[in-house]
Every structure is written in structure tokens, then in C-alpha cells.
Design a protein around this ligand. Structure first.
Ligand SMILES: Nc1ncnc2c1ncn2[C@@H]1O[C@H](COP(=O)(O)OP(=O)(O)O)[C@@H](O)[C@H]1O
Ligand SMILES: [Mg+2]
Length: 382
């Protein structure tokens, strides 16, 4: 099929507002979380300024034209939202001269949907937050919100994330990596390397999110099961020494027109009962077990240090658009970076938007700022 086989849309000839493709769902285990983020964004995005095109990525990876229906996408008790994989397919043109997505209806020639000016990829986890989707959009020469291929990929992989941070002189905790090859060829050596960290340790899939596949392990005999549990999410596993301290997070926004990176007020996540750490249930189900303080009640020296490290981490990766940087304020008084999220939770009640709201940028304004940052960027290498 060539571009000339696609029936042009009448819309594409009309003068129009910037068109935003809101892309959500995806192949990762965070599919439903992504749908619920899309519900929040579709409700809040300014329709007077932007023309909105909701695009779902089904669990099998198929791109479909989704209904503009936030209620169906919301994550509520008893309703786990999912992209409708029977909807009409959407194709992305892999050409620098064509920014018009096309829709495939059964028995019809592909129909052009009109040019897309910017993609808002609301995807978490592998095949969305990890540079793969960003690579597709780079090939298509389409602008998108957030970090590019390298920052997304390195930020997603908790191993390379620490390599990049440490390489920039930023503080990270002790860890060891168990690759698939190492585990299959010499598991005893891998277990010894882990034991040298001391206990407890956190065993994690290198590339996951929402605490999926993470176990806190207190003794060597429980390691193997934890490693196998992490390997269900990712053949690459990272094991970290447990850090005793408070969890302090910071929102980061790219500066406009080359201005310095911006940081929000910091927030604290505290698990008050029922969980060993901030696990999946604490994040999404048993919310009463968690206390979120925004802004965090910490001394100004601590919030300043978290903000300094958050901006430095964002710059170390060459991040664009947005990121949330999560730190530990240790019992010894140091601040250590736990992780960077290049597509943090983004519902109206998620930490990232809440931190910006207390910093003077409410949810609709934050969406607008991210779209403007992306629209003002040139495509290609930068
Ligand atoms: N090294 C560590 N020391 C202490 N707690 C940790 C450590 N690593 C993770 N945790 C706990 O586990 C939670 C999830 O880990 P994290 O690395 O942030 O994974 P995810 O990317 O899934 O959010 C953290 O919020 C924290 O409560
Ligand atoms: Mg985390």
C-alpha cells in the first residue's frame, strides 16, 4: 500500500487546532493503569485549544481508534479498563513526509485521519515507557511528549539507570544484577553475589513498574523464589540492598526554550500499615494503608537536596518533557536516588500532577505545558 492509496479525510483540508493523539493501553502489565490515566487526561485536556484523537494500543499491540469516552476507561472497584481490540485498526505512516494516521475499517480502503501534530504517549512499562514507542515515533518523524529513545530506555532499566546516575556522580544504593545468562549458567555465583550485599534486599525485575514482581527478602533461603518471581516479569533481575529511610518524590519538568530544568515541591509516601514496602496493593488497592503528604513535611535542606538531585538526574539522562524522581532520605541523613520514571503515574490524583498542583500548575495547565513543550521541539536528532 502507498500513501496515494489512502482516501484523504475532508478534515485534513480544514484550518484546525493542533491535533493531539492521546495514546494509551499497551502491552505491559500496566495496561489498565494506562487506560485510567487516559481517562483523566481526556476529561481535562482543553478542547478549545486542542483537537483530540484517542488511540488505544490493545494488549496484543494492535493500534486502534478508541472511543473518546473517559468513563469507560476509568479504573474503579470492579471495573478494570481495557482497550477494545475489536475496534478499527490505526496505522502510523513511517515516512518523514506524511503525518496523517490512517484508519482501517473492514472492507474499506484505509481512510486518512488527518495530520497528527503531537502524540501524548500515556504508557507505562515496557513497550511504551522504555523507548520502543518513542523509536516508532522517531521513525515516523512525529513529535511526542516526554523523553526520547535513550533516556526512556535507560530510565526504564533499573540497572542502566544506576549506571547513568553513578556515572554523573549522583548517589545510588548498592546493588547487583542477575542477567538471564548468569542465572541459567551459574545460579550459585549469583546467589553469593547477592549475599555479599547483606540482608534484607529488594529483588526486582530490571524493567517493570507499579512494584510488580518485587520482593523484600530477609534471608538467603528465600532468594531463589524471589528471583524466579521477578523473572516472570523480566529475565533480567536487579537486587538492591534495603535502604532504611523516608521516601521523598519530586516532579520534574523540562525548562521552556532552553531554560533550566524545573522541579516541583516534594512529596512523601509513607506506608503506615499492612505492607512491608510500597507494593502494588498499597499503590492501587489498599490506599488507606498509605499516607501521601504533598508537600512533604521535611526540613528545607532535605527538600532542596531532593530537588537538586531530581533536576540533576533529569539532565543526566537528557530527559525531555517530564519525569518523577524518587529518593530515600536515609536514617543517616543522606539523600539517595531510588529511581527515575520518565512516564510517571498521571491520573489527576497521582503524585506527579499533585506535586505540580501544589507548586502552582494544576492538572489541565500541566497537560497544556507538556503539549506546548513537545510542539515547540524540532523533530529528528536534537
Ligand atoms: N533499595 C530499597 N530499599 C528500601 N525500599 C525499597 C528499595 N527498593 C524499593 N523499595 C520499596 O519498593 C517500592 C517499589 O520499588 P521501585 O524500585 O520504586 O519499583 P517500581 O518501579 O515498581 O515503582 C519503593 O517505593 C520502596 O517502597
Ligand atoms: Mg517506584
Amino acid at each position: 500500500m502507498s500513501a496515494s492509496d489512502i482516501v484523504p479525510s475532508t478534515l485534513s483540508a480544514e484550518p484546525r487546532k493542533p491535533r493531539v493523539a492521546v495514546v494509551f493501553g499497551g502491552r505491559s502489565s500496566e495496561h489498565a493503569v494506562s487506560c485510567s490515566t487516559a481517562a483523566g487526561v481526556l476529561r481535562a485536556i482543553d478542547r478549545d485549544t486542542y483537537d483530540v484523537l484517542p488511540i488505544g494500543i490493545a494488549k496484543d499491540g494492535r493500534w486502534v481508534l478508541a472511543a473518546d469516552d473517559p468513563d469507560r476507561l476509568a479504573l474503579t472497584p470492579g471495573h478494570t479498563p481495557e482497550v477494545d481490540d475489536a475496534a478499527d485498526g490505526v496505522i502510523v505512516p513511517l515516512s518523514t513526509t506524511d503525518r496523517s494516521l490512517a484508519v482501517l475499517e473492514p472492507g474499506q480502503p484505509p481512510r486518512a485521519l488527518g495530520d497528527v501534530d503531537v502524540v501524548l504517549p500515556l504508557l507505562h512499562g515496557p513497550f511504551g515507557e522504555d523507548g520502543t514507542l518513542q523509536g516508532l515515533l522517531e521513525l515516523a518523524d512525529i513529535r511526542y511528549v516526554g523523553s526520547g529513545v535513550l533516556a526512556s530506555a535507560a530510565g526504564m532499566d533499573k540497572h542502566y539507570m544506576k549506571v547513568v546516575l553513578a556515572g554523573h556522580g549522583l548517589p545510588v544504593g548498592p546493588y547487583t544484577v542477575i542477567t538471564d545468562k548468569a542465572w541459567r549458567h551459574d545460579p550459585a555465583a549469583a546467589l553469593d553475589a547477592v549475599s555479599s550485599l547483606g540482608f534484607p534486599v529488594f529483588v526486582k525485575p530490571a524493567r517493570a513498574g507499579s512494584s510488580m514482581g518485587i520482593t523484600k527478602v530477609n534471608a538467603k533461603e528465600d532468594l531463589e523464589a524471589a528471583i524466579e518471581a521477578a523473572r516472570e516479569h523480566d529475565p533480567k533481575v536487579i537486587v538492591e540492598a534495603a535502604i532504611v529511610g523516608r521516601e521523598i518524590e519530586c516532579g520534574v519538568l523540562e525548562g521552556r526554550d532552553g531554560a533550566p530544568t524545573r522541579t516541583s515541591e516534594v512529596a512523601e509516601v509513607e506506608v503506615v500499615q499492612g505492607h512491608d514496602f510500597y507494593d502494588f496493593e498499597a499503590k492501587y488497592i489498599a490506599e488507606a494503608d498509605v499516607q501521601l503528604s504533598c508537600p512533604a513535611d521535611v526540613p528545607v535542606e532535605v527538600s532542596d537536596e531532593v530537588r537538586r538531585l531530581a533536576a540533576a538526574a533529569f539532565d543526566a539522562f537528557g530527559c525531555e518533557g517530564l519525569a518523577r524522581v524518587d529518593c530515600f532520605w536515609t536514617s543517616g541523613g543522606d539523600v539517595v536516588i531510588n529511581e527515575i520514571n520518565t512516564m510517571p503515574g498521571f491520573t489527576p490524583t497521582s503524585m506527579y500532577p499533585r506535586m505540580w498542583a501544589v507548586s502552582g500548575l494544576d492538572y489541565p495547565a500541566l497537560i497544556d505545558e507538556l503539549l506546548q513543550l513537545a510542539l515547540s521541539r524540532r523533530t529528528g536528532l536534537r
